[in-house]
Design a protein around this ligand. Structure first.
Ligand code: SF4
Length: 372
């Protein structure tokens, strides 16, 4: 795929602001623009204001990573361990229930459950994990298992993706993370995660989930060795899927944390802070079928996450409680932000905090004035 940037930046910005769809060539122009990043950010802020007013949503949730033992070798990953590693772990259900109970004490609405691709885990571990969580916490939203995990379950059970997803729903699954997307441009994907499911399989599983009534997030791993053309390919594909299924709840950028990964030497991660704000803005302008663009405070830090709220972002993500994946790659911005702190940070930035559930139903909306 080759594009040439022939379009005037101002006309692209005008189009985006008047809710006219910008095309892939224009997306590339925005990505390649070096001088007028502030204009892109300003227009994205105005567009976000038109869509979401002054609100910033967040979810009270807890991450549960059930194992860090993984047979794959993604080059951007600092999380995986072999079975023999001293700090390898696999949680049993008692431990998982204990973690959910801890989360319930702070009022979580959601658990987000993912793990490494642990070759010793039988399919029943996954199905029973969901059922055990559901039986013990009937009103909890269970957001679990990436397309990679669905693929592994399909392979191990010899069932279709659809049958696997429907069985998980039967056990109590509510929605899935759209992770394992990394970068969907095929050549670069094969360089950074050659053993992962390929782009076509990722797309097929995501569409199957959406068409089976299971919503997912959409993600990108940003700031590694991807080119602007790769980003165009990725975002274009995501936008097409959303047009077809309307099954994505939000778009989440996962900035690459390089410190403890094998891709480290190839990437100058000090550039991240410069690039990330313009990237959030471009997402707001290009992804016209997404209401929700989420920041990532564990990866970029709280001051940068607050600044992103001026760049087209309208969602602060979750309280998390435990964020092993970023921490293992060298992330240093913490693993837990209490609800009150998120509310206070959003208010200090001049925005209106809205607590939501995983599917972006706003909670306590009517009593907001009293509550906050
Ligand atoms: S990113 Fe996930 S699948 Fe890849 S090596 Fe790390 S834990 Fe394994």
């Amino acid at each position: 795929m080759r594009y040439k940037c022939m379009t005037e930046l101002n006309s692209v910005l005008e189009k985006a602001l008047s809710f006219e769809r910008i095309n892939d060539e224009e997306l590339l122009c925005l990505l390649e623009e070096k001088e007028k990043g502030q204009d892109i950010i300003r227009i994205a802020g105005i567009k976000n204001q038109k869509i979401n007013s002054n609100t910033v949503s967040f979810v009270v949730n807890r991450n549960i990573n059930f194992t860090n033992i993984c047979s794959l070798n993604c080059r951007f990953c600092g999380y995986k361990r072999t079975k023999k590693s001293k700090d390898a772990f696999l949680l049993d259900y008692d431990k998982i229930l204990e973690k959910i109970s801890e989360g319930k004490k702070i009022g979580i609405d959601e658990i987000c459950v993912t793990g490494g691709i642990n070759p010793e885990l039988k399919p029943d571990y996954y199905f029973s994990l969901i059922k055990t969580a559901r039986d013990n916490f009937p009103d909890l939203h269970i957001h679990a298992f990436s397309p990679q995990e669905i693929y592994e379950l399909s392979k191990a059970t010899n069932k279709s993706y659809k049958d696997v997803i429907l069985k998980l729903v039967d056990m109590g699954l509510n929605s899935m993370p759209g992770t394992a997307a990394e970068i969907l441009a095929k050549e670069t994907r094969s360089k950074i995660c050659p053993e992962k499911i390929n782009t076509d399989v990722w797309v097929e599983i995501i569409k199957t989930a959406h068409k089976s009534g299971v919503k997912t997030s959409a993600t990108i791993l940003f700031g590694h060795i991807e080119s602007n053309i790769d980003i165009v390919y990725h975002l274009s594909l995501i936008r097409q899927i959303q047009d077809e299924t309307n099954g994505f709840t939000e778009f989440i950028t996962l900035p690459f944390i390089s410190y403890k990964t094998s891709l480290r030497k190839k990437v100058d991660s000090t550039l991240m802070q410069d690039k990330i704000f313009k990237f959030y803005a471009i997402l707001r302008l290009y992804l016209d079928n997404f209401k929700n663009i989420q920041t990532s405070w564990p990866k970029i830090g709280i001051p940068a996450a607050l600044k992103s709220l001026e760049c087209g972002v309208n969602d602060f993500g979750g309280t998390l409680m435990e964020e092993n994946i970023t921490k293992s790659a060298g992330g240093e911005f913490g693993e837990y932000l209490p609800e009150d702190e998120i509310v206070s940070l959003i208010k200090k930035s001049g925005k209106f905090p809205l607590r939501r559930d995983t599917l972006y139903n706003y909670i306590y909306e009517k009593t907001y004035e009293n509550r906050y």
